[in-house]
Design a protein around this ligand. Structure first.
Ligand code: DX5
Ligand code: ZN
Length: 228
């Protein structure tokens, strides 16, 4: 895949929350395509993170789409709140949702883009029925709940299978990967068929700065903001 087609979604989970607005603005200037907001409830995943007020606070700070990754037990309960706060898209998990189609349709009714996420142990086959309805498939490349984890290379064959399924059923659907994405693993995920990269620690923990870190993840990108 041509690197200029690869989208970058910095995950603010790894940002310095005391300087969040500043760091998001810096990521935008450096050519980020969207901002990834990780929402955790301590039930669906063993960690707590942030809620809709973060989205409201960021809304005036950036023009970029705000993508909300819901790692929570009852996503339907929070869709309106995040939507009103200014979310542009939602990523909801297949796991633990007995009414995934209803959740997906509700998000579409809100006029937002929707993606379905699957955990490392979940097979690609579960996406077959829902794929037609969604804008994005998110393949988790770590077990969700924490930043700074190692990329699970066992997910690579699955990324390839999802890419094949997308080409067959809905070629315009995005294939996003999340977890442990850095300069070493990004090319592997892209080679397997991913076209959207979420990265937290590889962007915000880079001592040489956000722009340099982003360049490493997408080396052939010429000018920031030069989207196709
Ligand atoms: C993990 C989250 C990720 C996380 C990625 O549960 O969904 O978005 O922030 O962080 P890194 O890039 O540090 O693995
Ligand atoms: Zn995420």
């Amino acid at each position: 895949m041509d690197m200029s087609q690869v989208r970058l979604a910095p995950s603010i989970l790894a940002a310095d929350f005391a300087r969040l607005g500043e760091q998001v603005a810096e990521a935008e200037r450096a050519g980020a395509d969207r901002i990834h907001v990780d929402v955790m409830d301590g039930h669906f995943v063993p960690n707590l993170s942030m809620g809709a007020p973060i989205v409201s606070s960021l809304r005036p700070v950036t023009q970029l789409p705000l993508e909300v990754h819901l790692m929570i037990a009852n996503p339907d309960m929070f869709l309106d709140e995040f939507s009103e706060a200014g979310a542009d898209s939602f990523l909801v998990h297949w796991e633990g949702n007995n009414n995934l189609s209803r959740t997906v349709l509700r998000i579409k009714d809100l006029g937002k883009r929707v993606g379905v996420a699957i955990n490392p142990a979940t097979p690609a086959a579960v996406l077959e029925e829902v794929l037609q309805e969604v804008d994005t498939i998110l393949v988790m490349t770590v077990n969700p709940g924490f930043g700074h984890q190692h990329f699970l290379s066992s997910t690579l064959p699955k990324i390839r299978r999802v890419r094949q399924m997308i080409e067959r059923i809905k070629p315009e659907c995005e294939l996003e990967v999340d977890g442990g994405i850095d300069a070493t693993t990004a090319p592997l995920a892209i080679d397997a068929g991913a076209n959207v990269l979420v990265a937290g620690s590889a962007i915000f923990d880079e001592h040489q700065g956000i722009a340099t870190a982003m360049k490493r993840l997408r080396p052939e990108r010429v000018a920031p903001g030069n989207k196709t």
